[in-house]
Unconditional design. Structure first.
Lengths: 255, 106
């Protein structure tokens, strides 16, 4: 009897390890200290709001050879951009490729504003993506997977499960199988990208999801990809799809 | 000028203790870090923060290199009369930022 019970428990643990089922998905917010949660929740104390305000100014400022601002075409971001950030990365049907929000901003700059692209992780790019993300705060992540994007989603899933680096670890080994446990005293979250770009206290600043992925890759001693690499975008796509239905928290604060 | 976010209750009763929050964007470079070439990154921090209430100083803080980037200051004062709260940050390399907020006291 005892042996059978143990067997059953073992089987339950194995299923739980495979992937946290939808109702048990938890945002990184749930793993944070009360003080850090309060910091994120109050716009007067959330340092990410400094970037959101910068983004609002950029939204209204003319740029490039066209002299047009984002607002000239898109109008009031609170209306036109509501829910947009929750749908990225998305498959661009005309370019036949996957683009994340940062790349989409730079596409608009190149094609419509005739302006040079913002460099990755630049203050301006983070400010605009934080401002756009803010317009979708509280809305569920809604990632569409059209037929031509299916292999890209699978590539992202494979990357999440692939062991890499000198430590020979896959993302899934920590973030699926060991989520909720501790790594060096810090909780291991389930890796749902619900609040990017985030204000990370460790960074003393704002950073994109790609910066965070780079962080984990260096952590397992793998060589990180260059910013904007398709491998990152596929992984972002898979992670956002995996977090579909969860509410966007941008700009989130993380320890 | 640096971006600031201040939060003051719009209205208060006379004699109430009101909580004030002031956030400012600043890198707060400590002056102890070395760059990629090994050279010391020069210190660049905010040195002082002052809040005055209708011209009277009610709160002052001195900052040092251990203060985090984008520092948030939370403090309280007693609502005495309607008027304006003025915030001023100043620091290295001629850094200066200002903000103000109105409060109505009944």
């Amino acid at each position: 009897m005892k042996a059978r019970l143990l067997l059953l428990l073992g089987a339950a643990a194995a299923t739980a390890a495979a992937q946290a089922p939808a109702p048990e998905r938890r945002s990184g917010y749930d793993f944070m200290a009360r003080e850090t949660r309060a910091m994120q929740d109050d716009d007067a104390t959330n340092p990410g709001m400094l970037w959101v305000l910068d983004g609002e100014a950029l939204w209204r400022a003319g740029a490039g050879a066209s002299g047009k601002s984002c607002a000239d075409c898109h109008g009031d971001a609170a209306k036109s951009m509501r829910g947009v950030a929750a749908r990225f990365p998305g498959f661009d049907l005309s370019a036949r490729k996957l683009v994340d929000l940062d790349q989409r901003i730079n596409l608009c700059r190149a094609q419509k504003q005739k302006a040079p692209a913002f460099p990755p992780e630049s203050r301006e790019l983070l400010a605009l993506s934080a401002y756009l993300g803010r317009q979708s705060r509280g809305l569920p992540i809604d990632i569409a997977v059209p037929e031509p994007a299916k292999p890209l989603l699978e590539a992202g899933r494979a990357a999440f499960r692939r062991r890499q680096g000198q430590l020979n670890l896959a993302c899934a080994q920590c973030h699926d199988a060991l989520a909720g446990e501790k790594l060096g005293g810090s909780p291991i979250p389930q890796a749902h990208p619900t609040g990017y770009p985030i204000y990370r206290l460790e960074w003393q600043g704002m950073g994109s999801l790609q910066r965070r992925l780079r962080n984990c890759m260096i952590g397992v001693r793998a060589e990180p990809y260059a910013y904007g690499a398709p491998e990152y975008v596929e992984l972002e796509y898979y992670l956002m799809w995996r977090a579909r239905g969860m509410k966007l928290e941008t700009p989130a604060v993380r320890p | 000028m640096a971006r600031t976010i201040v939060n003051v209750p719009a209205t208060a009763r006379r004699g109430d203790i009101v909580t004030i929050k002031a956030l400012v964007g600043h890198v707060m470079e400590t002056g102890f870090r070395h760059g990629e070439t090994g050279a010391l990154i020069p210190r660049d921090i905010i040195r002082s923060f002052v809040c005055s209430y209708n011209g009277e100083e009610v709160f002052r803080a001195e900052f040092h290199p251990a203060v985090a980037a984008n520092p948030l200051i939370e403090f309280s004062t007693i609502a005495t009369q309607s008027g304006k709260l003025e915030f001023r940050w100043s620091g290295d390399n001629g850094f200066s930022a200002e903000a103000s907020a109105a409060i109505a006291v009944e």
